[in-house]
Design a protein. Structure first.
Length: 337
């Protein structure tokens, strides 16, 4: 099976989508079994070979700037279709946020939604991260359920329980609550900020946020963490606070649970699928008071944190990148057949 894979953003995307593609693609290349051509946007694609091989841990792939004629299937893992010409196409749609939270500007809205609409028309199969995402794809893009396959994501093996080896200086010798993610509207971070300031800040419990965005002065900003330090930051936290209103999967919640870190999350979207009965849920995610209560409960009770940690590890063990990779290869092979 010759698979062409859209890798145009693989070297720069550090979001969940980039994590997903690197995890699955590295396993496909390592385990063999199919020929892989990576698609990049560059007039001389071969110049990207060394960097991509280092990123993926293998150089067993070809590089092209267009879909090669011999490719049996093209895998588009970035929500939309950015390379045309494949006879058979599989698209991974992680969510349909541009439809659930459409941009106010019409031009921006059209630009964000167009790749999804093209994919909905051209994909032989669509892979969704969760049943929640599958439902959104059916509703917003009018795709029949028979064309959608749910394949959950996973957390890297690096995320495991233990004591942190080295925390950033700003977090040493102080308790903290952790948030990982963007600051866009659907992430509901303003609610978390207000709840933390009302409940824990006066107790000397910090709020640390892993993001590339500008943050208020009273919050500890964590940027450019190595994978090892990222794991340490999870391990050292009192809990992960994840107040999102809309999530296609919720990888930070799974990463936290894999480290044995209690997860406090909104009971919305895909998070019940990911966290099962292992999280402290906030039933009204827009309520500052509800988040204050949840944060106080978890921060003040070592027994509750230990229980959430135990249940979180059990829940996280149900997910693996190996299983995600096998299921993805099955879909690609089915489309080729």
């Amino acid at each position: 099976m010759h698979v062409a894979v859209d890798a145009h953003n693989l070297l720069t995307d550090r979001r969940g989508i980039g994590v997903y593609l690197r995890a699955v693609l590295s396993r496909i290349l390592t385990n063999g079994g199919c020929k892989v051509t990576l698609l990049v946007r560059h007039p001389l694609p071969g110049l990207k070979k060394r960097a991509l091989a280092q990123e993926l841990g293998s150089g067993e792939f070809d590089l092209r700037s267009r879909v090669p004629h011999g490719a049996a299937v093209v895998w588009h893992p970035w929500n939309g279709t950015f390379f045309r010409g494949g006879r058979r196409n599989v698209v991974t749609m992680h969510d349909v946020a541009p439809f659930a939270y459409p941009a106010e500007d019409p031009n921006k809205r059209r630009s964000q939604q167009a790749p999804f609409k093209i994919s909905a028309r051209t994909a032989d199969r669509i892979i969704a991260d969760s049943h929640f995402s599958k439902g959104g794809i059916e509703m917003h893009l009018d795709v029949g359920p028979e064309r959608i396959v749910v394949i959950p994501l996973a957390a890297d093996e690096l995320f495991s329980p233990g004591e942190p080896e080295e925390l950033p200086a700003a977090l040493r010798d102080r308790p903290y609550v952790l948030y990982v993610g963007a600051l866009e509207e659907r992430k509901n971070v303003e609610t978390l900020l207000a709840a933390w300031r009302n409940s824990l800040a006066s107790q000397g419990i910090a709020l640390a946020i892993v993001t590339g965005a500008k943050l208020p002065a009273d919050v500890i900003a964590l940027r450019d963490l190595s994978p090892e330090r990222f794991c340490d930051v999870y391990r050292g936290a009192l809990c992960l606070a994840f107040p999102t209103l809309y999530e296609g999967f919720g990888l930070p919640a799974l990463e936290a649970m894999s480290c044995g870190t209690p997860a406090v999350v909104s009971r919305v979207a895909s998070l019940p699928e990911v966290c099962g009965e292992a999280a402290r849920y906030v039933e009204e995610p827009r309520s500052v008071a509800a988040w204050e209560t949840a944060l106080r409960e978890v921060a003040s009770s070592e027994k509750l944190r230990a229980d959430l940690s135990r249940r979180g590890l059990e829940q996280a063990a149900k997910f693996s990148w190996d299983a995600t990779t096998r299921a993805t290869l099955d879909v690609l092979a089915e489309v080729c057949a």
